[in-house]
Design a protein around this ligand. Structure first.
Ligand code: TPP
Ligand code: MG
Length: 497
């Protein structure tokens, strides 16, 4: 997004905007500036007090503004008279905070001539998002450099916020030049090129990619958090990965924290630029490396997660994007090493299932080169699978894997077996592309490793969209130990006395 600009979402008054609010709130959680445009009854209707549809049969016309507005960091009701000023304010604020904006315009105002002279701006992708205060910036950078100079075992973590502010390459350049081992948390999968020599793998406390990675972070005397790691339970291995605050220096969007020192007015792009220029390279040191998982599973065996992911991993090439749905696949894919030049998109914090299928459509439409891959569970896919029709209509060519285990499998993992509400309706997913008018797609339903290998070879050799229904045994989803689940949900009250 950051280099290209921002997205606009237009929905219908009331019914449409309320349906969209989950997605808009997800964009807020993941710091994406989406402009949500909504119409409303015109002023003639309002002044006459007429009752309209998409409302409750009364004359409260602004009923939804507080609801939709709360998903956004800024909002405006546009009129022909205020729209130039208001749009400038709204655009500026949405970009500054990298969060959605809510814009309402009545059906009448939408057709009015604008008062004033429109400002000729820059493409959104090139607008400077935050401005620094020099004294604070210098002090922040000086503090980071001083902490780096005295650290014996620094590690870095780079979060997706750097992508939101268009400084992902700058952050990677800093890590490379300074030669600091770096990890990413589950929410930040795909932010870094995982082939970079300093990359250690996934960090999530006890649920890290390997014990070596969690040990390396535990042994660090400085954790340079570039972007502000989200400390939710799922992002920290049920809070086992929370850091001692005295060890952490965090670079946020426009502020820096080092222990009890806080610098405000230190924009992340300016901080990183200064660090790239000034941080000395550390000498060669050893750190853990995440390895490519081995190919397992005999040809005639039923596909399992263990056999599926390494095969998928070997299909990904530089320039590709992998869209990851919330569910069992996210737990697996977060640990999978992405090949050089492959990035990933996921919604780990907000975690609304059904996100990935339309996100895959969006990514496939936005990408100018490289392929878009998507892995989703069947339960998640059921929420939004109608977007396949839109993919077919616009001729985009995603490579989609629907993992059919007939269940909300990760719910079983996080609770217990035997709840009928975790079972799903039986759907013949592989028939959907045909039903939705998707032409020229590679479509298959695969049960064995040999069938999977055959269709992957076809996908690799053709420039075509693909939709693969992958049968995964339901029995794979087994509950985690109770003690572990309790730690996440804080179910147990500590014994008294
Ligand atoms: C909108 C929404 N509803 C419910 C949930 C809770 N939830 C998280 S994962 C999940 C199940 C996902 O099932 P599926 O996509 O089939 O993946 P599996 O784990 O079976 O591979 C559910 C219900 C959620 N995250 N979002
Ligand atoms: Mg499932």
């Amino acid at each position: 997004m950051a280099k290209r600009g921002a997205a606009i979402l237009s929905t219908t008054y009331g019914v449409g905007e309320l349906s969209a609010i989950n997605g808009v709130m997800g964009s807020r959680a993941h710091r994406l500036p989406v402009f949500h445009l909504v119409g409303m009854p015109g002023e003639r209707i309002q002044r006459l007090g007429l009752i309209t549809h998409h409302n409750l049969g009364d004359t409260v016309y602004d009923r939804f503004q507080a609801i939709s507005g709360s998903a956004c960091c800024v909002s405006a009701v546009l009129t022909q008279d205020n729209c130039i000023d208001e749009l400038e304010r709204v655009i500026r604020e949405a970009l500054r905070q990298s969060m959605p904006a809510y814009i309402v315009i009545s059906e009448l105002q939408g057709n009015m001539p604008i008062t004033g002279t429109p400002v000729s701006g820059k493409p959104l992708g090139s607008v400077k998002r935050q401005h620094s205060v020099k004294a604070e910036l210098d002090a922040a950078v000086g503090t980071v450099l001083a902490r780096l100079a005295t650290a014996k075992n620094p590690v870095a973590m780079v979060t997706s916020l750097v992508s939101r502010y268009g400084v992902r390459d700058r952050a990677a350049e800093f890590v490379r030049r300074a030669n600091i081992p770096v990890a990413t948390t589950p929410n930040d999968k795909g932010t870094l090129d995982e082939s970079m020599p300093q990359f250690m793998g996934l960090y999530a406390g006890a649920l890290s990619g390997s014990k070596e990675i969690s040990d390396a972070v535990a042994a660090a005397d400085l954790v340079l958090d570039i972007g502000g790691v989200v400390t939710s339970e799922l992002n920290t291995g049920m809070w086992t990965g929370l850091q001692d605050p005295t060890k952490v220096v965090s670079l946020h969007d426009n502020w820096v924290r080092a222990g009890d020192k806080v610098f405000v007015g230190a924009a992340i792009d300016d901080v990183l630029e200064a660090l790239v220029a000034q941080a000395p390279a550390r000498p060669e040191v050893q750190w853990p490396r995440v390895e490519q998982a081995p190919l397992v599973g005999a040809a005639g065996d039923a596909i399992s997660s263990d056999s599926f992911y390494p095969r998928l991993q070997r299909q990904l090439c530089s320039g590709d994007t992998l869209v990851i749905e919330t569910g069992t696949c996210m737990l697996r894919l977060n640990k999978m090493l992405l090949p050089a030049g492959v990035d990933a998109q996921e919604q780990g914090l907000w975690g609304s299932i059904g996100w990935a299928t339309p996100a895959c459509l969006g990514v496939a439409m936005a990408k100018k080169s490289g392929r878009t891959w998507m892995v989703t569970g069947d339960g998640s896919h059921q929420l939004t699978l109608n977007e396949l029709a839109v993919m077919g209509r616009y001729g985009v060519k995603p490579r989609i894997f629907v993992l059919n285990n007939g269940s909300y499998g990760v719910e079983v993992v996080l609770s217990e077996l035997g709840h009928p509400y975790d079972d799903l309706a039986t759907v013949n997913y592989h028939l959907l592309p045909e039903a939705f008018g998707c032409k020229g797609w590679i479509v298959a339903k695969v049960r064995t490793n040999a069938e999977l290998d055959a269709v992957l070879a076809k996908v690799a050799s053709e420039d075509a969209a693909a939709y693969i229904e992958v049968m995964i045994p339901k029995e794979e989803s087994q509950p985690l130990p109770e003690s572990f689940v309790d730690r996440g949900y804080r179910l147990r009250t500590p014994a008294v006395g």
